[in-house]
Design a protein. Structure first.
Length: 301
């Protein structure tokens, strides 16, 4: 006698509904798009690196396209995350999770004492932290111009982290990305930042705009440096980069401005974690520098 699975079958009752599957695909697509934007990758560049058509990637990000495990693996490799991290909205680091649980269980009256002990044990003295100034933000905001001048004025070494990465690895950034991908580059970036901070108790740092997308690396920067978000309007970012003779941002990409605005929007909450902000839009280098210098002098008082 043949047996069929009816609508009352326990197996069928546990199957996700079409609405739940649709909600899952939308959540997954949103997460992929968010990670791509935070890493400053255009849809075109990610589709090329992950070996997936731009159209299919667009469908996935909009929640319209199904995705296989093999394809998810290529996507996570390109984004530099694990499959678990792709679906994880809370910190995936086990020590972070354990610490969060311990603090959750701690009586409210003991939290102040716990915070004081953590700060005294692990947080560098604030006066020491402010001897290192880190300028963050996207290309074209003025980090290198202002940072190099601030270094000359204060006598502190000016260090561009990207250049330091090339120096310590003996490879260009393009070669690093080509050989190791986004995830490999971010690992190298973290190691070079650790070494740079260890060897320079006083410095002016200019770091890549995508550093904020890596939680551990950005936390390290925030805890060891006084950070300033150097920002500008998207149009000025693009115009300044092109004025330097770099037209790659526009090459073959009619959506360059849209991509830039999307990246800025996705990273804004992260950039706002900086100690201070300096808007260089419609401002001369001299005027921007005066504001930055006053900002640093005030922070060190």
């Amino acid at each position: 006698m043949r047996t069929s699975i009816t609508s009352r079958s326990p197996l069928n009752s546990r199957a996700p509904s079409a609405a739940n599957e649709r909600a899952f695909l939308i959540t997954l697509g949103t997460r992929i798009r968010e990670l791509r934007n935070r890493r400053g990758m255009t849809r075109k560049s990610m589709s090329r690196e992950a070996d997936i058509s731009e159209r299919h990637l667009a469908q996935i990000e909009s929640g319209e396209g199904n995705v296989s495990i093999a394809l998810l693996r290529r996507i996570t490799t390109t984004l530099g995350v694990t499959l678990a991290e792709l679906f994880e909205t809370r910190p995936s680091n086990p020590e972070r999770l354990m610490l969060a649980k311990l603090l959750d269980r701690l009586p409210a009256a003991r939290l102040k004492d716990a915070l004081s002990r953590i700060q005294s044990e692990f947080v560098p003295l604030e006066s020491e932290r402010r001897q290192r100034i880190a300028l963050i933000g996207l290309r074209g905001a003025g980090k290198s111009t202002l940072g190099s001048r601030l270094g000359r004025e204060t006598g502190a070494p000016f260090i561009e982290l990207d250049a330091e990465i090339e120096k310590q690895t003996g490879m260009s950034l393009a070669d690093i990305f080509s050989l190791y991908g986004q995830g490999g580059y971010r690992s190298i970036e973290h190691r070079v930042l650790e070494r740079t901070l260890r060897e320079n108790p006083s410095a002016i740092l200019s770091v890549g705009g995508g550093i904020v997308s890596e939680r551990d690396t950005y936390d390290l920067l925030l805890s060891r440096c006084y950070t300033v978000w150097i920002k500008a309007q998207p149009e000025e970012h693009m115009a300044r980069v092109m004025a330097q003779g770099d037209f790659r941002a526009m090459a073959g990409n009619d959506q360059a401005m849209e991509d830039l605005r999307r990246i800025l929007a996705a990273r804004e909450s992260l950039y706002r974690q900086a100690d201070a902000q300096l808007n260089t839009s419609a401002s001369t280098v001299e005027a921007s520098f005066i504001k930055l210098k006053a900002m640093i002098d005030s922070a060190r008082q």
